[in-house]
Write a protein that binds this ligand. Structure first.
Ligand code: HEC
Length: 273
């Protein structure tokens, strides 16, 4: 058994490592990755959640944070044609979630709360009870939701820095104006219809998540092209001045930050053939 499956797993992992480390992955070579290995969905959702945290950190620090110093603006109304701004971090996530919905991969992403600024971000059904547990324990929740018939993972979203609570408490639409630092403000919620996936499906999921980030970033670059003073797009970052990295450079940096962790998650989970 070991003798027969090991080379196939090794081949699959080689294919996967190459795949994870390129910023614009080629179409999947399915034959090379069909190995019979199945990965539990909980593991997959933990990995996409970790990738999402990295994308959000890259966006928040290197584009929004450094960009504001360099003269770029970020606003909740960034989509309006008269507003010369890019998306706030929560909206970067929402935009990526919307892109994800348009792909064939049946993965969904939702940032919900019990006191949302935007009423459409209110938890409902099984997620409401699970969110209470997250607030009580601080632990992520993994469950099969009978109402949606989806395997679901919810990860706490903490008020980790002052701007989270300042902006939310002062927002005209907020139903709660006394958020405090380190409160669980919401939960990043991922859902998928199957309990486990093949390596091919796993790679399709990772690829879809990364494509959703790349698309959101590209939409932002397209928006900046309409600014009165469009920032030059190339290989420089806002930390160097009034510049923006191209989508390729942005995703290269994301891939650099994310891939070792993602591959490591997979290698250390004890794959069962
Ligand atoms: C400059 C303002 C601003 C900052 C800073 C900010 N947010 Fe938000 N956040 C918003 C807005 C506006 C929305 C609603 C977006 C929408 O329409 O979906 C939102 C949405 C959310 C949601 C979804 C529920 C809801 O309220 O609609 C969560 C959870 C959330 N933010 C958490 C955070 C956390 C955690 C931080 C800090 C790491 C943070 N936010 C920083 C403005 C902000």
């Amino acid at each position: 058994m070991m003798k027969r499956t090991f080379p196939l797993i090794a081949l699959a992992l080689i294919a996967l490592s190459i795949y994870l480390f390129v910023s614009a992955p080629p179409p999947l070579q399915t034959a090379a990755v069909e190995s019979g290995v199945m990965i539990p969905i909980e593991q997959v959702l933990r990995t996409v959640s970790a990738e999402n945290d990295l994308a959000r950190a890259l966006w928040t620090q290197e584009i929004v944070g450094a960009g504001q110093v360099a003269g770029l603006a970020f606003d909740e109304d960034w989509r309006e044609s008269t507003v010369e701004a890019g998306p706030l971090p929560a909206l970067f996530l929402r935009e990526s979630a919307a892109n994800l919905e348009t792909y064939p991969v049946p993965l969904s992403l939702f940032l919900g709360s019990d006191f949302p600024i935007n009423p459409s971000n209110q938890f409902s059904g099984a997620q409401t009870d699970r969110f209470e547990q997250i607030k009580a324990t601080g632990e992520p929740q993994f469950f099969y939701a009978d109402d949606t018939q989806l395997h679901t993972a919810m990860f706490p979203d903490y008020a980790s820095v002052q701007p989270c609570i300042v902006c939310h408490n002062e927002h005209p639409d907020t139903p709660k104006a006394d958020w405090e630092l380190n409160d669980v403000m919401g939960a990043t919620t991922w859902a998928y219809p199957k309990a486990e996936v093949s390596l091919t499906e796993y790679m399709e999921i990772i690829s879809a998540v990364r494509r959703s980030f790349a698309e959101t970033y590209t939409t932002y670059l397209e928006k900046t092209a309409t600014f009165t003073n469009p920032p030059p797009i190339g290989d420089q970052w806002p930390s160097e001045g009034y510049y923006l990295p191209s989508a390729e450079i942005f995703m290269q940096e994301f891939t650099r930050r994310a891939s070792s962790q993602t591959l490591n998650d997979l290698l250390t989970m004890g794959i069962e053939p």
